[in-house]
Design a binder for this molecule. Structure first.
Ligand code: AHR
Length: 660
């Protein structure tokens, strides 16, 4: 042990440790700090949200009861009949679709004995994550059948059966009414279950049986999981794209996302199956449904909370072309187009408008300042162009300032891409949404992708991307450091071209460790905890250190995009009066580099250095080691206008130099 420590000390003092990884050599880069090449918009780095991998129900939407309104295909899925101390009864599922088509199922429980307890338990989403000393709010809609007086005893049990919280409640009314009781948990448990015990002979109807932590994001009742939204807030994202992804499209049109059904009273939001439930045979998730408890109002509010510009993506009359490819006839497109127009009014209209009034009535009189809207998700083909034209005409006709995000299909090249790219450019589209899911090498090889893009054409939204350690769709993909580093290298190219690339977001965002369908993902969680992947820290470092204006960083008069395995970009931050350098060393050899900085009055003698690195390309973060790869803060000496950086193997370095 002693020998090892002594070795490390000598290495650190001499710099030999990095050399030990391979041959180090000196390279001279130049930065021209007074030559602003491109303005970096506040929207540059953002978030792509989709309810995939149990991101919403079972994830960021903090509801703990699964199938709370009995709307799964099996209405009693996740529920189990329970009896104790001689309790007896029956449970009937009643369909009241004539009265409540959007929430048809309720349960009628007939408690047949005055003795003991009869009832049912709920398994939660892979169990319920419960925290010691935190308060929980149980609620339900109920009505007693005349002359009965059934009482409820609510209990939370740990996986070992131990009681970890309880409360009593007696719904007294003969008409439907919402009841609520709060109680504290006495233990922290990853997989608790909820028991709803009924006592006293009688008949009671129940619906929307719900359990929420009191502590949610901003402590909103029925709100979002605070730890997960905190991770988004920590990224300081420029925009929030929602609600997806393919979920916008649906496997068939009936299954598409309809924003109007996702707002208002939660018991009136029609539940549907989540399209990812059945998507991958190797990752079937039969208990995946959408309650829309996280609906459009909540998306807008979250965007506002975290300072992100809202970017809703709407169905354009086409279901997922990988699935049914079902389409609505162009002559029948009106309701779809109207949804888009109404959404703009909902977001921005004042209380004198129908939809602006609804937003006001929902508690948000101020507009959400919607500036952009996506028409279709990952569509392709002539059929998309046809429908896109109808949408664009209507939206631009009424709201000329709204920027339309247009899809360029699922891949960044090929005939589908070429057709849309050519057509939308000729039609002066505002923003083109490019997607790339590819192996790390693709990201390294494409760091110059935008260097020669038309500067006068549409802006680019790198709307979905993630390096795949195996290949796209493989359940074996991991969030390795190699993938994250390749994304960082590629992102230097996005930033260098900020005059063309205005927005970028990694995808998908969230994944439950037991409930996922797609990997890799930016943030993983279980019922209690979460962690950011190395990819998350790459996104965060770019976002927190984007600066305001790109300046040239060159090697022999060329952009730094792969020479000796290095990738770099530089920007000014006019708000903090700093020069920011981002430098990726994707190779196994340390790089001793020096930057000659022209066009500045000089810098303070010490700069901030933030490093993200690992010796192992296949290293990952995990629930047990959440920060194995995470930013390390340090300082670095500045010698007048020269900065020397020893970029370690496999490292992403951010340097912030403060002007004198
Ligand atoms: O991010 C996962 C999926 O990948 C999205 O839903 C879709 O747009 C893309 O194909």
């Amino acid at each position: 042990m002693k020998i090892k420590n002594t070795f490390l000390m000598i290495c650190a003092a001499t710099g030999a440790f990095t050399v030990a990884h391979g041959q180090s050599k000196n390279t001279n880069y130049t930065i021209t700090a007074n030559q602003e090449k491109a303005h970096i918009l506040s929207t540059m780095y953002g978030i792509f949200f989709e309810d995939i991998n149990m991101a919403a129900d079972g994830g960021v939407y903090a509801e703990l009861v699964k199938n709370r309104s009995f709307e799964f295909a099996e209405p009693l899925a996740a529920w189990t009949e329970q009896k104790k101390d001689g309790g007896e009864g029956t449970i009937e599922v009643i369909n009241r679709s004539a009265e409540r088509p959007e929430n048809p199922h309720i349960i009628k429980v007939n408690v047949k004995s005055d003795a003991g307890y009869y009832g049912l338990s709920n398994e939660g989403f892979r169990g319920m994550g419960i925290k010691k000393d935190e308060e929980y709010s149980f609620s339900l809609y109920a009505r007693q059948e005349s002359e009965t007086n059934v009482k409820l005893s609510i209990e939370l049990h740990g996986a070992d059966g131990a009681l970890i919280g309880n409360a009593e409640l007696t719904p007294t009314d003969k008409e439907w009414k919402r009841y609520n009781v709060k109680f504290k948990a006495t233990a922290t448990v990853q997989k608790a279950q909820l028991y709803v015990w009924l006592s006293g002979k009688g008949i009671i109807d129940m619906d929307m049986i719900s359990l929420f932590p009191e502590h949610t994001w901003k402590n909103r009742p029925g709100g979002l999981r605070a730890d997960l939204v905190q991770k988004l807030d920590d990224m300081k994202p420029g925009f929030l794209r929602f609600p997806g992804g393919c979920i916008v499209e649906g496997r068939e049109l009936n299954n598409r996302y309809q924003w109007k059904k996702s707002i208002g009273d939660i018991d009136k939001r029609e539940n549907i199956i989540n399209r990812w439930n059945t998507e991958f045979k190797h990752r079937l998730t039969p208990d995946y449904y959408q309650t829309f408890g996280l609906g459009f109002m909540e998306y807008f509010l979250t965007a506002e909370d975290i300072g992100a510009s809202p970017l809703p993506i709407l169905n354009c009359g086409m279901a997922c072309q990988y699935n049914t490819a079902e389409m609505v006839d162009v002559k029948d497109l009106d309701p779809y187009v109207q949804d888009a127009l109404d959404l703009i009014e909902f977001a921005n209209g004042d209380a004198s408008t129908k939809w602006g009034k609804l937003r006001t009535d929902l508690g948000h009189p101020a507009p959400f300042n919607l500036k952009m809207l996506g028409v279709g998700n990952e569509q392709w083909g002539e059929q998309y162009i046809e429908r896109w034209k109808v949408f664009t005409k209507a939206i631009k006709g009424k709201y000329p300032d709204i920027k339309i995000v247009s899809a360029l299909g699922p891949a960044p090249k090929g005939p589908e891409f070429d057709l849309l790219n050519k057509t939308f450019r000729s039609l002066n589209a505002d923003i083109l949404d490019e997607h790339y899911y590819a192996v790390p090498k693709w990201f390294l090889d494409n760091a110059k992708r935008y260097d020669n893009y038309d500067r006068k054409g549409p802006k680019i939204f790198a709307g979905e991307y993630a390096a795949q350690s195996v290949n796209t769709g493989s359940p074996k993909n991991k969030n390795t450091w190699e993938c994250a580093l390749a994304e960082a290298a590629f992102m230097t190219g996005l930033e260098r071209n900020a005059d063309v690339v205005n927005m970028a977001s990694y995808a998908p965002l969230f994944a439950h460790v037991e409930g996922w369908q797609w990997t890799p993902d930016l943030i993983w969680f279980d019922n209690l905890n979460s962690y950011g992947t190395p990819n998350y820290y790459v996104q965060q470092l770019f976002s927190l250190n984007k600066g305001t204006d790109v300046v040239p960083l060159l090697l022999n008069n060329e952009a730094v995009a792969g020479q000796d395995g290095c990738y770099a970009t530089a920007s000014l931050d006019k708000n903090t009066n700093e020069l920011i350098i981002k430098f990726v060393n994707s190779g196994a050899t340390a790089q001793n580099v020096s930057f000659a900085i022209n066009g500045s009055k000089g810098y303070q003698k010490e700069a901030k250095l933030i490093t993200l690195r690992s010796d192992k390309k296949d290293a990952e973060n995990s629930l047990t080691d959440p920060k194995a790869i995470s930013p390390v803060q340090g300082t670095i000496k500045v010698d007048g206008k020269v900065l020397k950086l020893n970029a370690e193997p496999y490292s992403f370095n951010v340097v912030r130099l403060k002007n004198k």
